[in-house]
Ligand binder design. Structure first.
Ligand code: CA
Length: 232
């Protein structure tokens, strides 16, 4: 069994060394790159199981690098962020990052996040899956669980991983009012480390994507003081 390799692209030596040590102790293989260019080159040659990506790099911006990686791979990406504004940009830009942690963080927290992401995606980025489930129509939506895709009025919604999980949760129980807490605990792997406003930010983004397809009242209802429900 080959062990999973984590590529870390981070220019701050103390941060990188602490994380590399923690990951090594947990049995992960690791590679450390201090620049985006070197990290991308290594990524292309080795296809690691997951990428830990700093946003402020000496030669480029981690958000742009994420876009480049995404153009060729669905490898899970965990962002390391120094500022809250960056977190907003990660969520807002919908770059397809899988999660983020803000500095300062504990190595243990980062390792826990990495484990949960890898669990969720089922080990080294598996592009194909054996289990076949035909796409299901629910109101104006069609959900293809196998491909983790949802279309709305016949057009594919370009959803991030969490947006997909969130909308899929709603589609499983139309009409049910989900509290933010419930949404966090069902759609997020580490709900205790995530904030309520993350749910709101993702809902906002899903609504925007639905509105781009059909500019009318979207079916997600906000239940004041409680959470959200899907009305079909
Ligand atoms: Ca940095």
């Amino acid at each position: 069994m080959s062990k999973e390799t984590i590529l870390m692209i981070e220019d701050e030596r103390p941060i990188a060394e602490t994380l590399l040590y923690a990951l090594g102790r947990e049995g992960f293989g690791t590679h450390w790159s201090m620049t985006g260019a070197e990290g991308l080159a290594w990524f292309r040659g080795h296809r690691p199981s997951l990428v830990v990506l700093d946003i402020g790099l000496p030669d480029c911006n981690g958000l742009d690098l994420c876009r480049e990686i995404r153009a060729e791979s669905q490898v899970p990406i965990l962002f390391l962020s120094a500022r809250a504004e960056e977190v907003d940009r990660i969520i807002g830009l919908e770059l397809g990052g899988d999660d983020y942690v803000t500095k300062p963080f504990s190595p243990r927290e980062v390792v826990a996040r990495i484990r949960s992401i890898l669990r969720r995606v089922g080990g080294p980025h598996s592009e194909s899956d054996a289990s076949e489930e035909p796409p299901q129509a629910i109101g104006p939506f069609v959900e293809d669980k196998e491909k983790m895709r949802i279309s709305y009025y016949g057009e594919a919604l370009d959803l991030s991983r969490y947006e997909y999980r969130l909308l899929s949760l709603f589609l499983g129980r139309p009409g049910k009012v989900f509290s933010r807490e419930e949404i966090l605990s069902r759609a997020w792997e580490e709900p205790e480390m995530t904030m309520d406003r993350t749910v709101d930010a993702h809902i906002k983004s899903i609504r925007k994507k639905m509105r781009a397809i059909r500019d009318e009242d979207d079916p997600i209802r906000t239940v004041r003081g409680v959470g959200y429900a899907l009305e079909l």
